[in-house]
Ligand binder design. Structure first.
Ligand SMILES: Nc1ncnc2c1ncn2[C@@H]1O[C@H](COP(=O)(O)OP(=O)(O)OP(=O)(O)O)[C@@H](O)[C@H]1O
Length: 595
């Protein structure tokens, strides 16, 4: 709880100190005004009972001022902290984005726990705004409770116990919150599945298959099962939480009645005046409200604290960069031009949690200035190989050398600035077509000439086919409705994006043309090969492409056949055909299919 309070205060203070200071002052004003109105009411009652009109008028005025302050201070404070709360949400969302992307690696994105934690964190951090309100109201309640306790004790010493009883509902409230929280965490897998099924059954991408295969009823039933299971868990959690809260409040209610009996008995015996009875009734009922509010506030605070903790939970799964034992103190810059090429030396790699390595003891040289095709069966490890070249993972053993320098010794940002890639699961940024391509080289993102060059290198006329050319807004997230690009158009934009950078040292094209027809892919690569030769002459850059289409593959300078956890064959098309091995068989099968 203390961590939640300090965390929230620090976060909010950083956003806007002045607004926070004003809000704090107003909340303290509110805290003092509430018990002050009870004291003023006591004096008003006694003055009225004694027939002192002047004193009664002043006391009445004090009651009015205190009541107005009590009712309005919190509203004015809200105006101040509302903006800070919104900034808190923005700041924590930004932190989530930073945490998720603050690693060179991809492991966490591929782990289901990360998706769960991310979903929980995103969901709960939306409510961090209410945390600040809870914090300020809680602070105001603490001051109010202190004043109320002092006043109650002055009225009757035994009444000091009454606020202590307030602790019980608060403790019970915390138990309740823990029960509800456990239920929420237990139900998250079912909720995620249900959300996925809902999306699957309502999005255009799957509509065709659902209808043809008659899957709607089946999926609907699965959706309902997951949803019902999640709801049942949540309901059990809420029931337990409700019982804890009710028990805590019942104990306090008994104490409240006992306190009033004590003061009324004193008044009957002449040891207290009628003003004291009014004061006790007011304070005890205020205490009741304060306690009920404190329970809610502690729940909200605990929830906000937990949402801040969610940031740490997400952070835990994000892998930290590996520093090679013999790394230089200052990372090296990649060469301006590749002379030898990129070498894999005894590289073995196993996915986190997997029993067997995907690649074992791979030795390869991707020569400077060459176009290298990687082929192999589905799941052979082709994508894994190119991801290792991009340093999205670290090899378990062995090293990747760029002109003889260990990739781990290079400044990662500088290396990535000299690489470019189009992946089979390319991003679909819902921007204008210009930016969707241009962000391939951020400094030139809005340079139409550069964008058109990128698209030309990708052999794409997509910009001319879109209704507003490069100004076309893509996707449905735009207020005035964007344009739905086809799968092939998105892929061409991704390819154009990959072609934006001039003179990369490494270009990876991982089945970037799967949505294009074989002829279009062939044209693309033929055209690209010209560009690649130019780039290779400038920078000695290596182009690695993964493809299942052998008409494209045969054009490469070097072909690598991956299978059985390693490299099975390496050579040019002619060499591999002469070898009569795996490549020759695969090539023969595909060529026969086209005859
Ligand atoms: N993130 C991951 N975690 C665990 N295993 C993975 C992960 N990604 C891939 N694999 C496994 O590693 C193996 C190689 O996958 P990879 O994607 O490299 O194959 P590929 O040759 O590119 O296949 P395809 O032709 O289908 O694209 C497969 O068995 C795959 O299931």
């Amino acid at each position: 709880m203390l961590r939640a309070i300090t965390g929230l205060l620090r976060l909010s203070w950083r956003q806007d100190r002045r607004k926070m200071a004003v809000a704090l002052a107003l909340m303290v004003g509110n805290a003092v005004a509430v018990p002050a109105s009870a004291v003023a009411l006591k004096h008003l009652t006694n003055a009225a009972a004694a027939g002192r009109a002047g004193a009664a008028a002043w006391a009445g005025l004090a009651v009015a001022v205190a009541a107005i302050a009590a009712l309005t201070c919190a509203h004015f404070a809200h105006i101040g902290y509302f903006e800070v709360s919104e900034l808190n949400v923005l700041s924590t969302d930004e932190q989530l984005i930073e945490i998720s992307n603050g690693t060179p690696y991809l492991d966490h994105h591929e782990r289901p726990e990360h998706a769960d934690r991310m979903a929980l964190a995103q969901d709960e951090l939306q409510r961090i705004g209410e945390g600040l309100q809870a914090l300020l109201t809680g602070g105001s309640l603490a001051v109010g409770l202190l004043l109320t306790t002092v006043l109650l004790t002055l009225t009757h010493p035994a009444l000091v116990l009454l606020p202590l009883l307030a602790a019980l509902p608060v403790l019970a409230g915390r138990r309740a919150e823990a029960a509800a929280d456990r239920a929420r965490a237990d139900s998250v897998v079912d909720t995620r599945q249900a959300r996925h099924l809902f999306e699957l059954t309502t999005t255009a991408a799957s509509a065709k298959e659902l209808r043809l295969l008659g899957l709607v009823g089946h999926l609907q039933q699965r959706y309902a099962t997951h949803w019902q299971r999640a709801t049942a868990r949540l309901w059990r959690g809420e029931l337990a939480a409700g019982l804890w809260r009710a028990a805590g409040q019942a104990v306090f209610a008994l104490g409240y009645v006992a306190a009033l009996v004590l003061v009324v008995r004193d008044a009957v015996r002449g040891r207290a005046d009628v003003g004291d009875v009014v004061l006790a009734i007011m304070l005890a009922s205020q205490l009741n409200h304060q306690v009920a509010a404190a329970v809610t506030i502690t729940q909200q605070l605990a929830r906000s604290g937990r949402s801040l903790q969610r940031l740490d939970e997400v952070r835990e799964l994000v892998p930290q960069p590996v520093v090679a034992p013999d790394a230089p103190a200052t990372p090296l810059l990649p060469p301006a031009r590749l002379l030898e090429g990129i070498r894999l030396r005894q590289v073995t790699f196993t996915y986190p949690g997997a029993a067997e390595p995907v690649l074992r003891d791979v030795d390869l040289l991707l020569p400077a200035g060459s176009t290298v095709a990687v082929v192999g069966e589905n799941g052979a490890g082709k994508t894994t190989l190119v991801k290792l070249l991009n340093r999205f993972y670290e090899p378990d053993r062995g090293a990747i050398l760029v002109d003889g320098v260990d990739l781990r010794h290079l400044d990662l940002a500088a290396w990535r600035a000299r690489t470019t890639a189009a992946f089979q699961d390319y991003a679909r940024p819902e921007l204008t077509a210009r930016l969707a391509v241009g962000i391939g080289d951020l400094p030139r993102a809005t340079d139409d000439d550069a964008v058109r060059t990128g698209l030309a290198r990708a052999h794409s006329e997509v910009a001319d086919k879109l209704p507003y050319g490069l100004d076309t807004r893509l996707g449905r997230s735009h207020a005035d409705g964007g344009v739905d690009a086809s799968g092939g158009q998105w892929q061409q934009l991704a390819l154009g994006r990959a072609m934006m950078r001039d003179a990369p040292l490494l270009m990876v094209l991982d089945e970037p043309a799967s949505a294009l027809d074989a002829e279009a892919e062939h044209r693309l690569f033929a055209r690209y090969a010209d560009g690649a030769a130019r780039v290779a002459a400038d920078s000695g850059g290596v182009t690695v492409f993964v493809s299942h289409r052998f008409s494209t593959v045969r054009t490469a300078d070097l072909i690598i056949v991956i299978g059985d956890g390693g490299v099975r064959e390496v050579g040019t098309h002619d060499e591999l055909i002469r070898l009569g091995g795996v490549y020759a068989t695969l090539y023969g099968t595909q060529a026969a299919a086209y005859r």
